[in-house]
Design a protein around this ligand. Structure first.
Ligand code: NAG
Ligand code: NAG
Ligand code: NAG
Ligand code: NAG
Ligand code: NAG
Ligand code: NAG
Ligand code: NAG
Ligand code: NAG
Ligand code: NAG
Ligand code: NAG
Ligand code: NAG
Ligand code: NAG
Length: 631
């Protein structure tokens, strides 16, 4: 189709006898000097526990409902084995935070093995790996307990570990063990715990806070899944925004994300009714977020609760004071030295060194849920308190709207964009036209719809090219746009609440999907210049969009290109003094190209290119995102 239209253009021009280029395309000339400094932390990650991106996702805990936390009493994920009867018990709390346990009753006369299974988060990944397993048990027992990893449909046993356990009925005993597993073909597996029925017959045992981890990123206890971390690392991110998003806000003020209930031993963490309809265990808590940022070398961007929850009431005026104090305590916990109350508490949790906190965002999307009219007042209360105690912190608003007038000097503004393809492309100019006195961040954006409003379930090339156009607009203005992140980042496919997502996954082996939007993020983030260079062209933007930059060591020029069109384009790029380079192309010509569970249709392809007198000639097929890295 591209060829036909090109030759049509050619023939028409010949017919009218005009002396013009016979290709559809343009000439770009990249200046090798001048330009603006680009933000060194431009591309990063937005994370909140949504669609089990945390519990069941990047967090390494493999068992669901492991501490019976949350608003509902539920046996979700559990099933009895043998003659046992299961119930959630409220009379044998493990701790003041973990108030429920699993009661396993065994009938008179029972024999053989009895126990229970846990189905994980829509399966348990069982790999050739070492598994670390722990639990609490209460009740009179002295005998074998067998822990297994078993195919849910096949019954195949991939791991089996029998330990001798001695426990009594006066308190919980803590048990931990390690064992290795064989590779299972899929994620449809159960974890089982069984014991000798005859020694408990006519009685019961209580269990609580089960933990099952395979190996973790950097071997951290209570750590992250290395497979998901690897895919995130491939994005070369610079920052991590956490803990939300709506999940910061809570359904009501009382179910907001409470930092002080996500710290210390897991036995001290009650979990909460998350904003997205499921219980958060909070095992991925404040320190785990900072460890994640530390281990991936990311600048932490901490969201703090500011009086707005999803279903109100909105807290304002003097009633905000305790919440402002709570945020000051939170920040002291994060960066206070060990002579401070909360800095000492952090040290007691195993983290004597302050975390490197530099950026704090006040609330989340405060223009929504009726938050707008009170945001200026609420923002100001938090801003004044934080800024006077910690003037070194950069404070970010959660919306560019409803801000105090005048805005305090030095603040940054967050703006989010979820839109149709066409609207996203139109936003290419957005940051050419903003007041440059205040830096911006775009910590959530994605192209989610066709122009007719129909949702795109997986990123497709057309939506990903639209994102690339928007990102080119951001990068061109990255003297004032400091941070940008695609959202949502992760999606457990068995608990889909929103589409499209950057990285869908499930518990099967090799099931972490790099979507077309993933590859766009990767191309932009792994090829970053320190200086954005002026570019002149014989044509304006549309359908080809471009931005050029120079690496911090002045060795490499990057030219990012997006062709948001069904017609192929030839582009000549002149960079004085450059002679060779690599050209990376993400395209197969189709706007519908997609990578999903069933197939990977498209990955970036890189080839070598040579310049003649500083001129590179590149070809952009229809619906392309491309990069020239030249020197
Ligand atoms: C690119 O440069 C070549 C060689 O100078 C020229 O023939 C061609 O027409 C140019 N293409 C465009 C799109 O300007
Ligand atoms: C989870 O989703 C994956 C992908 O759709 C599917 O293969 C798997 O069977 C699902 N697992 C469960 C337990 O539903
Ligand atoms: C009961 O178990 C707890 C926890 O393992 C232990 O500390 C305690 O000494 C035991 N009590 C008796 C009487 O054995
Ligand atoms: C199970 O318990 C019964 C009764 O205490 C005992 O006789 C039997 O040996 C135990 N079986 C195992 C496998 O430990
Ligand atoms: C994690 O532990 C494994 C096995 O003990 C070891 O081979 C590996 O080097 C460790 N990795 C790190 C980052 O410490
Ligand atoms: C956490 O702090 C809040 C005050 O913001 C308080 O109500 C709550 O009891 C604290 N939780 C714990 C476990 O200390
Ligand atoms: C828990 O939060 C959900 C929203 O995620 C809300 O619909 C529900 O009413 C809340 N339940 C309780 C008991 O607060
Ligand atoms: C609690 O149960 C209600 C009713 O079954 C359900 O709608 C809700 O999602 C559950 N909440 C959690 C956090 O599991
Ligand atoms: C919207 O457009 C897309 C792409 O052309 C198409 O697949 C979809 O069916 C359209 N939806 C409606 C409701 O017309
Ligand atoms: C540098 O920033 C100025 C505005 O401050 C803008 O006019 C100019 O186009 C920018 N230069 C580049 C190369 O982006
Ligand atoms: C890169 O070039 C700029 C401008 O010519 C110069 O100021 C800077 O020192 C150079 N940086 C390096 C690492 O050579
Ligand atoms: C592609 O470019 C042609 C020619 O400039 C234009 O008519 C058409 O609308 C463009 N298509 C899209 C989707 O922008």
């Amino acid at each position: 189709m591209a060829l036909i239209s090109k030759s049509l253009v050619c023939c028409l021009f010949l017919m009218f006898g005009q002396l013009v280029s016979s290709v559809t395309g343009l000439e770009l000339s990249v200046s090798t000097s001048g330009g603006n400094e680009s933000s060194s932390i431009l591309y990063g990650l937005m994370f909140e526990d949504y669609q089990h991106s945390g519990d069941g996702g990047i967090h390494g805990q493999l068992l669901q409902n492991n501490g019976f936390q949350g608003p509902n009493i539920t046996l979700v994920a559990y099933d009895a084995i043998g003659d046992a009867t299961l119930a959630v018990d409220t009379e044998n709390p493990l701790s003041t935070a973990i108030t429920r346990s699993l009661k396993v009753s065994v009938p008179e006369g029972a024999s053989g093995e009895v126990g229970f299974s846990n189905a994980g988060y829509w399966g348990i990944p069982v790999n050739e790996d070492e598994y670390w397993n722990s639990f609490y048990i209460k009740g009179d027992y002295n005998g074998p307990i067998t822990l297994r990893l078993v195919g849910a449909a096949s019954g195949t046993v991939y791991a089996s570990n029998t330990i001798n356990v001695v426990s009594n009925s006066s308190e919980f005993s803590y048990i931990e063990t390690k064992y290795t597993a064989n590779q299972a073909p899929d994620g449809n597996n159960l974890w089982t715990l069984s014991f000798n029925a005859s020694s408990v017959a006519g009685s019961e045992l209580y269990f609580d806070l089960f933990q099952l981890f395979h190996s973790t990123f950097n071997n951290r206890t209570n750590g992250l899944k290395p497979g998901i971390v690897d895919v995130l690392t491939g994005l070369n991110p610079s920052f991590l925004r956490f803990p939300g998003g709506n999940n910061l806000e809570g359904w009501t003020p009382d179910s907001r994300w409470k930092w002080n209930e996500t710290i210390g031993p897991l036995t001290d963490r009650p979990g909460r009714n998350g904003s997205w309809g499921y219980t958060n265990t909070d095992a991925l808590g404040l320190n785990e977020y900072f460890l994640w940022a530390h281990d991936m070398n990311l600048v932490p961007l901490l969201g703090v609760w500011d009086g707005l929850s999803l279903n109100g009431p909105i807290i304002t005026g003097d009633a905000l004071d305790p919440y402002v104090d709570d945020v000051l305590n939170e920040i002291e916990y994060i960066i206070g030295d060990t002579s401070t109350t909360y800095g000492a508490l952090r040290a007691s949790h195993g983290f004597p060194d302050p975390w490197p906190l530099t950026h704090v965002e006040i609330g989340n999307e405060d223009h929504l849920h009726n938050g707008g009219p009170t945001y200026a007042e609420r923002f100001t209360a938090f801003y004044n308190a934080i800024n006077s105690a910690y003037p070194q912190l950069t404070i970010i608003t959660s919306t560019p709207l409803y801000l105090p007038d005048p805005k305090p000097a030095g603040i940054w503004l967050d703006w989010h964009l979820y839109s149709t393809m066409g609207y996203m492309v139109e936003q290419f100019n957005k940051f050419d036209n903003v007041d440059r006195a205040f830096p911006w961040v775009v910590t959530e954006y994605a192209c989610t719809k066709w122009n007719n409003g129909t949702n795109v379930p997986y990123p497709i090339m057309q939506s990903s090219v639209a994102e690339a156009v928007f990102m080119i607009g951001i990068e061109r203005n990255s003297d004032i746009v400091k941070m940008a992140a695609y959202a949502p980042l992760l999606q457990l496919e068995n608990y889909t609440q929103w589409t499209p997502n950057l990285i869908p996954f499930n518990q099967n082996p090799n099931s972490i999907i790099k979507t077309t939007s993933y590859y766009v993020q990767q191309l932009f983030s792994t090829n970053r210049g320190a200086t954005i260079l002026p570019v002149t062209s014989d044509e304006g933007f549309n359908p080809v969009y471009y931005v050029a930059s120079l690496s911090s060591d002045n060795s490499t020029y990057y030219v990012k290109l997006a062709n948001y069109n069904g017609t192929a384009q030839d582009v000549n790029i002149t960079i004085d003094g450059a002679s060779s380079g690599k050209f990376t192309l993400l395209s197969n010509g189709s706007p519908l190209a997609t990578n999903d569970l069933t197939e990977t249709q498209i990955t970036p392809q890189t080839s070598s290119v040579e310049a003649t007198d500083g001129k590179f000639q590149v070809h952009l097929p229809a619906w392309t995102v491309a990069l020239l890295a030249a020197s």
